[in-house]
Design a protein around this ligand. Structure first.
Ligand code: NAD
Length: 641
């Protein structure tokens, strides 16, 4: 074995006449400019070495997980297409030996080799579309050549990842091995790859494209479709050049800049200045208090992550109802093929119901999801403190209440924090982690460790009414009644929101959640909002009763505008002497989104949110703010609101 190239992140050695080129830039071999320079140098050394073949492989359990996202759009030689061209120009066969992730530019690099061998655990994919991009180093063209246009479109326009075995079946890799992937690649050297020609099925391709475009937001999917059409229709080099043009243009387009902002913001949000994450307690068993809407979802989220759960209710009836609803949800998931029947049973089995607080003593963390009432929560925390000892980490899922006040009644308030899940808690990605005034580092780190275990996107926030998300939501919704009284119709407001990119408008959302939630909250605070209060008083509580801001036909979820609501609006407007006028989408958005952003700025000034980008993470992952617009704060910065 003779070394033919050594640099910081790349080494190449000659073994039995074959050059093995190791890529070693921790943690994930991201293709930065400096790294590409070193790979280019190594390829030149391989060319001059007299080797009869080259194996390209990654050290550290990953092949190449993609490009360096902070450098996207910079064109500095050698570019990734340059590197791939230089591999193609070698007068020897090349094999990529993949162990771990080959994603984005990493997969394109592998596709630039003559053949590919992958270990069983390897994962392949083109995540570019999730960043508003199309692959830009031959991915669309080579994947289409290897797998056919329909498969390439599915992979590239969805960004979904495939296992090595699936990659083999689709034609992306030539062999899957259990053992030493480099040895397997060396053994393959000189073999001619077996390729199946996949005929172009235009009808199937166009149907698939249409279905993807119908669901797409932003322009990235359309670019993927266009690149693959080129791959089919144009000569290889022209298709490559066209793809590259599209990639570079997309890199500088607002959509990709916004999506990259959110991507980086989510990673940043997982870090807290000065916090040692290793202080986290080990987590195996979680206590959940309350088997209502949220308790059920939280218990399921924990069971899904392999944690044991002790679920506590106040009486046998409520407990049984909660456990039955959980079992039914798992059965429904199994019926839809999302998990096997056996796995569903395992997960149900992880959740043990109890009526005794003492049964939570073996837990590592207890999350309270009882009624939203300070007295209930204070009594409960005192009970937990007495029964479970002063060291148990206690979390509250409160939506609005003061976590400092909840913590004040226990012996060691340092162990109390807020874990604000979103409904349904086993589905929604966001977790607001509320650091109360006295929460200590170990407790905060434990909350963050739980979030990571549950695969949530978490944001650490401070204590205030409604934290980051709900406080801004109230600001966003503050003008809604006034807008309606001044002449905007509910369906026009909802349409303006959808047009903006929200999955639904505020009135449809309130109908879905139930109008009684805010009604109860207003009553508890001695507040009135005449218009929604009138609807609630008339029994219009939302979808669950078939009547809310809209009318719903029996069993249907489609909102139908209702003249009775118009009549209520008209009556209250007349009482107040308001003459209705036409209100356009721009005004609707300005009068709702403006206050939302202003509240975000206040949260930053008050230190409740640590970073503007944290607020964006909350809104994209918890409230459906369109990801391709980057979150409310980013969007406002771009649009100068
Ligand atoms: P829910 O009314 O559906 O469920 C509450 C459950 O807690 C009930 O089953 C009740 O019997 C039980 N309970 C009450 N006191 C208890 C006690 N001492 N011990 C054990 N169980 C007890 O309410 P929910 O919607 O699940 O909300 C629970 C909490 O989560 C509230 O603080 C709420 O603000 C918060 N939250 C709700 C949502 C949401 O969308 N529903 C979202 C985020 C946070």
């Amino acid at each position: 074995m003779a070394a033919i190239w050594t640099s910081d992140w790349v080494r190449a050695e000659l073994t039995e006449g074959i050059a093995v080129l190791w890529l070693d830039r921790p943690p994930v071999n991201a293709l930065s400019h400096q790294f590409r320079e070193q790979i280019g140098g190594a390829i030149r050394a391989v060319a001059a070495s007299g080797a009869r073949g080259v194996v390209l492989t990654g050290a550290g359990g990953t092949f190449v997980a993609g490009s360096d996202i902070t450098e996207l759009g910079q064109v500095v030689a050698p570019t990734l297409p340059d590197l791939i061209a230089s591999i193609g120009a070698l007068a020897m066969p090349s094999v990529a030996a993949i162990d771990g992730t080959a994603l984005g530019g990493g997969l394109e690099l592998a596709l630039g080799c003559g053949m590919r061998v992958a270990t069983e655990r390897s994962v392949l994919g083109f995540p570019e579309v999730t960043l508003g991009l199309v692959p830009g180093a031959g991915g669309t063209v080579r994947a289409t050549g290897l797998c056919g246009a329909v498969v390439a479109l599915d992979l590239i326009a969805t960004g979904r990842r495939v296992t090595a075995a699936q990659g083999l079946a689709l034609g992306l890799v030539d062999r899957v091995v259990a053992g030493d992937v480099v040895a397997a690649a060396m053994a393959l050297m000189g073999d001619a790859p077996v390729r199946r020609a996949v005929p172009f099925d235009e009808g199937a391709f166009e149907a698939a494209a249409e279905a993807l475009l119908a669901k797409a937001k932003g322009g990235a999917v359309a670019r993927c479709v266009a690149a693959i059409r080129n791959a089919v229709a144009l000569p290889f080099d022209q298709a490559l050049a066209a793809e590259r043009q599209m990639f570079l243009a997309a890199c500088h387009a607002p959509e990709s800049l916004a999506l990259r902002h959110v991507y980086l913001a989510e990673h940043q949000a997982a870090k807290v200045e000065g916090l040692d994450l290793t202080l986290a307690r080990p987590l195996a068993r979680i206590g959940v208090i309350g088997a209502g809407t949220m308790g059920r979802g939280i218990a399921m989220a924990c069971a899904d992550a392999g944690l044991e759960v002790a679920l506590r209710e106040v009486n046998a009836g409520a407990l049984e109802a909660g456990l039955a609803a959980i079992a039914a949800q798992y059965q429904a998931q199994a019926a839809k093929g999302r998990l096997s029947g056996a796995e569903a049973e395992v997960r149900v089995g992880r959740i043990q119901g109890t009526l005794a607080v003492g049964d939570l003593s073996g837990c590592d963390l207890v999350i309270e999801a009882a009624f939203e009432d300070m007295a209930v929560k204070r009594t409960l925390f005192a009970e937990l403190d007495a029964a479970l000892g002063p060291d148990m980490v206690l979390a509250t899922n409160t939506s609005y209440l003061d976590v400092n006040e909840i913590a004040a009644g226990v012996r060691r308030p340092e162990r109390v924090l807020g874990l604000h899940f979103f409904s349904p808690a086993n589905v929604m990605k966001l977790l607001e982690i509320v650091r109360a005034a006295r929460t200590d580092d170990a407790t905060l780190a434990t909350g963050m460790a739980l979030s990571k275990r549950l695969r949530k996107v978490s944001v650490v926030v401070g204590v205030c009414r409604g934290f980051v998300g709900n406080r801004m939501l109230q600001a966003r919704n503050g003008q809604l009644s006034t807008l309606l009284l001044e002449g905007a119709r509910p369906e026009a407001v909802d349409a303006a929101y959808r047009e903006f990119g929200w999955p639904m408008g505020p009135f449809e959302m309130q109908d879905m959640a139930g109008l009684d939630i805010s009604w109860r909250m207003r009553k508890a605070q001695g507040l009135r909002d005449d218009l929604p209060d009138a609807l609630c008083e008339a029994g219009r509580l939302g979808q669950k009763v078939g009547l809310g801001w809209y009318r719903y036909e029996a069993g249907a979820r489609r909102p139908v505008p209702d003249p009775e609501v118009d009549a209520v609006i008209a009556r209250i407007a007349a009482e107040r002497g308001i003459t209705p006028r036409l209100i356009g989408a721009a005004e609707i958005l300005a009068r709702t989104h403006g206050p939302m952003v202003a509240e975000g700025r206040k949260l930053l000034a008050e230190g409740i949110a640590a970073r503007s980008s944290d607020i964006d993470v909350v809104w994209v992952n918890g409230y459906g703010f369109p990801r391709h617009l980057g979150g409310p704060m980013y969007w406002a910065d771009q649009s100068v609101i």
